[in-house]
Design a protein around this ligand. Structure first.
Ligand code: MLT
Length: 248
């Protein structure tokens, strides 16, 4: 299996304009979009519809009047002031997406980087989203599906790379070591960055720009510890027909 890692948002843009989308794409936005979506699926969300812009999310909500609107800008829940009149039901904290709020619901969600990365993954033959919360289940799914090519997309933060997404990509690649892989340079860097830090994972992630931003906000600081839990969930989160669904 050829493995490539898309390290930065600029690289995501380049990939999204490619002429070929062979194989399986995996998206990481550890802090926090993919961690939040996976938690929502665990808590019974029927499906998640990732959307790039606030305007498009509001448009789509018209077709799904019972759907919940979720997402963030600058890390905070989207307010009426930002959206032009509508307070979103949920932000982008995994701890908000509890069973009582989301069970059986469809969630339309827009986040700064994560949903854009997922939109790119939708162009591939198949796609999943992942996080530390379901890393082993994702690795098992990849080994089972055995694609010719695996593209791991690190969502990043605004226009920059994110340490937490790259280290998660490396951790995933390391879990694939029982099969034969051919790593691109960026995949090699991600894997070895993980191996170098694997015994100090939480501390390394806590010093990322994204973690520092969340830790400095008392309402969001617990999200960092939550998103760092390894294999809390045992299912894969599949991208299908523009939606994210719970797989086996
Ligand atoms: C994003 O999609 O950019 C993030 O997940 C940002 C955040 O949760 O604060």
């Amino acid at each position: 299996m050829d493995i490539d890692v898309v390290l930065t948002p600029a690289d995501i843009e380049r990939v999204s304009k490619a002429s070929e989308f062979t194989g399986l794409a995996v998206v990481f936005d550890v802090l926090r979009a993919t961690s939040t979506m996976i938690t929502a699926l665990h808590n019974g969300v029927k499906s998640i519809i990732p959307i790039a812009t606030i305007k498009e999310a509001l448009e789509l909500k018209k077709n799904f009047p019972d759907a919940l609107l979720g997402g963030e800008r600058n890390g905070l829940r989207i307010s009426a002031k930002i959206s032009g009149g509508v307070d979103f039901d949920l932000g982008n904290s995994p701890r908000e997406f509890v069973k009582e709020k989301v069970d059986g619901k469809t969630v339309v969600i827009t986040t700064t980087n994560g949903t854009i990365a997922i939109k790119t993954a939708m162009k591939f033959e198949s796609g999943v989203i992942s996080s530390f919360l379901n890393l082993s289940a994702t690795a098992r799914y990849i080994i089972r599906s055995n694609p010719k090519k695996l593209t791991i997309i690190c969502s990043g933060t605004r226009d920059k790379a994110s340490l937490e997404d790259i280290i998660a990509a490396g951790a995933l690649i390391n879990k694939l070591n029982e099969i034969q892989t051919d790593l691109s340079d960026s995949a090699f860097v991600a894997r070895d960055f993980y191996l170098y830090n694997k015994n100090n994972l939480a501390n390394v992630v806590r010093r990322s720009a994204n973690a520092k931003r969340l830790l400095s906000n008392p309402e969001l600081s617990n999200d960092v510890g939550f998103c760092l839990q390894l294999d809390l969930f045992n299912f894969v989160a599949i991208i299908k027909d523009g939606k994210i669904l719970k797989g086996e």
